[in-house]
Design a protein around this ligand. Structure first.
Ligand code: ATP
Ligand code: MG
Length: 553
C-alpha cells in the first residue's frame, strides 16, 4: 500500500462553476495556452484541510484539462516564514497525491517586481510616499467619504525614480517611505485608493538573507507572480473578491498579454476545528497540542498521523465540491469520508481496551488452539486471514459485562451465554470480586462443540464479543483522539474570551495497557487496522518503541 499514489485522471470531472469557466477557456481558446493553475501557500505554517480543498481544486483542474499546476511559495513576508514550513508543505502536497509542474518562490521574483515598479513610476502610475502607514490608513477615507491625497502624490517621475532606487539600496529606515500605485483616492473600492506596493523592511528573509529590503505587499506580488508564471486562472478564496480590481489593474499596467484572471470560491470552514494558520500556530506555541502534526490538528500532517489516508481527503474534497458562498461543513461529512475509505481498505483485528479477565474453568490448562480469523467482513472485496491464539485465560472488555443487565443486553452477565468472535460460545458461571467489591474476574465455561461459533443443537446466541488470549496478548498503548473543540464553531464564544476557551478537555484519552491480539505487532509502524467493535487505529510511527507499540484512533 503506497502512501503517494497518483490520482486517476477523472473521466467525467465534476462540473462546478470554476470547471465550467475553465472548460469554456479551453473551448474558446481564450488564453491561447493550456489551463495553468497554481497553489500559492505562504510558508508560515503547516497546511490544513482548507489548503487541501484548494490543492485538490488547483491540481485537479490541471489533471482534468491537460494543463499545469505550479506550487509557488508566496514568501514575501520575512517575519513569519521558515524553510521548515517549505519542506512540510512540499511533503504534504505530495502525500496528498499531487506533483507540481513548476516549483517557484515569489521571493525569486523580487527583481522582476522591482523592474515593474520602476516601469509604473516611469508611466506616472506609482509614487513614493513619505507618510507612515498609520497616516496612509487615516487618509484613505471611508466607504462614504473620499480619501485625502498624500502631499507627496504629485512628485515628478524623476524624483520618484531617484527615491525608489535609494529605497532599494537601503538608504532609508523601515517605514520611512513606501511605494504606492497612483490610481484614485475617491475610488468606490477602498483597495484602489492608491494601494501600497513596496515597503521597507530591513529584515532577514529565510531565502534572501539580508540582501533585500523593499518587500512587496501581497496584492502587488500575488497577481504579478501569477502573470510571470503564465497562470490562466488564479483561484482564491472569497475574501479576495475586492482585490480582483487591483489584480487586473496591475497585470494590465505591467503589460502582460492574456493575463491571468482571478476566480473566487468559498473557504472551507469545518465544524469542531479551526482552519487558520494563525490560530493553529497559537495551539502549537501555547502547548495545547504536541505540535503541527498532533493527531487532533486539522493539518495534513496531523490527519496523516491520525491514520487518515490521502484518498479519504481527496474524496472529501470531491464531496464538498466548490461553491461561491461560504458555508460551514459538518464534521460528520469528513468522518464519513474517512470511515468509508478505511472500511474498504484496512484489515480487522481484536483489541480489548478495558480488560477484564475471563477464566474458562472447563478448558484444559496449558492448551492453546489457533483459531482461523478473517481479516475483512464479507461485504468488503479484499480478503485475507490469520490465526488467533485461544487459551484458558482470556480478556474481554469490561463494557461487555454487566452484573445486573437489562433484558436486551446481549453480552456477558451471570448465567448468560455469548459468542466469542471467531470462537466458542461461553457462559458466565461466577463473578469474582476484590475486597472493594469490584469485579476482577469472570469464571465461565465454554462449549467445546461450538468452535464454529454455533451450537449444534441450534440454540440461539445473539451477542458476539471480542477477546484476546491473556498469555498471548500484546500490551499496547491506545490513544483515543476526539474533536479538538467542544463546540461546532470554536469562535462563537462570549465577549472577552477567544477560541481557546472552546477547547475540548477530553480530546485525548490515553489507555496505557490495552490488550491486542499478537499479530498487531507483525505489521510495520504506519499500518492501519480496524479494531473490531472499537474503531480505526493507526500504528503510531514516532512514539512507538520496540517495547511498547502505540495506536492512535
Ligand atoms: P490561513 O488563513 O490559514 O493563514 P491563508 O489563506 O493565509 O490561510 P495561504 O498559505 O495564503 O493561507 O493559502 C494558500 C492557498 O490556500 C490560498 O490560495 C488560499 O486561498 C487557500 N486556502 C487557505 N485556507 C483555505 C480554506 N479554509 N479553504 C479553501 N482554501 C483555502
Ligand atoms: Mg494568506
Amino acid at each position: 500500500m503506497s502512501d503517494t499514489p497518483t490520482p486517476e485522471p477523472s473521466a467525467s470531472p465534476r462540473r462546478d462553476f470554476i470547471r465550467e469557466m475553465v472548460a469554456d477557456d479551453v473551448a474558446t481558446g481564450r488564453f491561447g495556452r493550456a489551463p495553468a493553475t497554481r497553489f500559492p501557500p505562504e510558508p508560515n505554517g503547516f497546511l490544513h484541510m482548507g489548503h487541501a480543498k484548494s490543492i485538490c481544486l488547483n491540481f485537479g483542474i490541471a489533471q482534468e484539462f491537460g494543463g499545469t499546476c505550479n506550487l509557488r511559495f508566496d514568501d514575501t513576508n520575512p517575519a513569519t516564514e521558515d524553510i521548515r514550513y517549505v519542506e512540510a508543505i512540499q511533503r504534504d502536497v505530495q502525500w496528498l497525491g499531487f506533483q507540481w509542474d513548476g516549483l517557484y518562490y515569489a521571493s525569486d521574483y523580487f527583481e522582476q517586481l522591482y523592474d515593474i515598479a520602476e516601469m509604473l513610476v516611469q508611466k506616472g502610475k506609482a509614487y513614493v510616499d513619505d507618510q507612515n502607514e498609520e497616516q496612509i490608513r487615516t487618509n484613505r477615507g471611508t466607504v462614504t467619504s473620499a480619501g485625502t491625497p498624500s502631499p507627496w502624490r504629485e512628485r515628478t517621475v524623476a524624483e520618484n525614480l531617484d527615491l525608489l532606487r535609494r529605497m532599494k539600496v537601503g538608504e532609508f529606515p523601515d517605514g520611512a517611505k513606501v511605494l504606492r500605485a497612483k490610481i484614485d483616492m475617491a475610488h468606490a473600492n477602498m483597495i484602489m485608493r492608491d494601494p501600497l506596493l513596496l515597503r521597507i523592511r530591513h529584515a532577514h528573509h529565510y531565502r534572501r538573507g539580508n540582501d533585500w529590503c523593499i518587500y512587496p505587499l501581497y496584492d502587488f506580488a500575488h497577481g504579478l507572480s501569477d502573470a510571470i508564471e503564465g497562470i490562466t486562472r488564479s483561484l482564491c478564496t472569497l475574501e479576495f473578491k475586492d482585490a480582483r480590481e487591483i489584480y487586473d489593474w496591475l497585470v494590465r499596467e505591467a503589460g502582460f498579454e492574456n493575463p491571468p484572471t482571478q476566480i473566487e470560491f468559498a473557504r472551507l470552514e469545518l465544524d469542531y476545528t479551526v482552519l487558520s494558520k494563525r490560530k493553529l500556530l497559537r495551539l502549537v506555541n501555547e502547548g495545547h497540542v504536541t505540535g503541527w502534526d498532533d493527531p487532533r490538528m486539522p493539518t495534513i500532517a496531523g490527519l496523516r498521523r491520525r491514520g487518515v489516508r490521502p484518498e479519504a481527503i481527496r474524496a472529501f474534497a470531491e464531496v464538498i465540491g466548490v461553491a461561491r458562498k461560504d458555508a460551514r461543513v459538518e464534521i460528520a461529512t469528513f468522518e464519513h469520508a474517512v470511515r468509508n475509505d478505511l472500511n474498504m481498505e484496512v484489515p480487522r483485528r481484536l483489541c480489548v481496551l478495558n480488560p477484564l479477565k475471563v477464566v474458562l474453568t472447563n478448558y484444559p490448562e496449558g492448551q492453546v488452539e489457533q483459531l482461523e480469523a478473517q481479516d475483512y467482513p464479507h461485504d468488503v472485496p479484499k480478503t485475507g486471514s490469520r490465526t488467533i491464539p485461544f487459551s484458558r485465560e482470556l480478556y474481554v472488555d469490561r463494557d461487555d459485562f454487566m452484573e445486573e443487565p437489562p433484558k436486551k443486553f446481549y453480552r456477558l452477565a451471570p448465567g448468560r451465554e455469548v459468542r466469542l468472535r471467531f470462537g466458542y460460545l461461553i457462559t458466565c458461571q461466577e463473578v469474582v470480586k476484590n475486597e472493594a467489591g469490584e469485579v476482577i474476574e469472570l469464571r465461565c465455561t465454554y462449549d467445546p462443540a461450538t468452535r464454529s461459533g454455533n451450537a449444534p443443537d441450534g440454540r440461539k446466541v445473539q451477542g458476539t464479543i471480542h477477546w484476546v488470549s491473556a498469555a498471548h496478548a500484546a500490551d499496547v498503548e491506545v490513544r483515543l483522539y476526539d474533536r479538538l473543540f467542544a463546540q461546532p464553531d470554536p469562535d462563537d464564544v462570549p465577549e472577552g474570551r477567544d477560541f481557546l476557551s472552546a477547547l475540548n478537555p477530553q480530546s485525548l484519552v490515553v489507555i496505557p495497557h490495552a490488550k491486542a491480539e499478537p499479530s498487531v505487532l507483525d505489521a510495520p509502524l504506519g499500518s492501519r487496522y480496524q479494531f473490531e467493535r472499537v474503531g480505526y487505529f493507526y500504528a503510531e510511527p514516532e512514539d512507538s518503541t520496540p517495547e511498547k507499540r502505540v495506536f492512535n484512533r
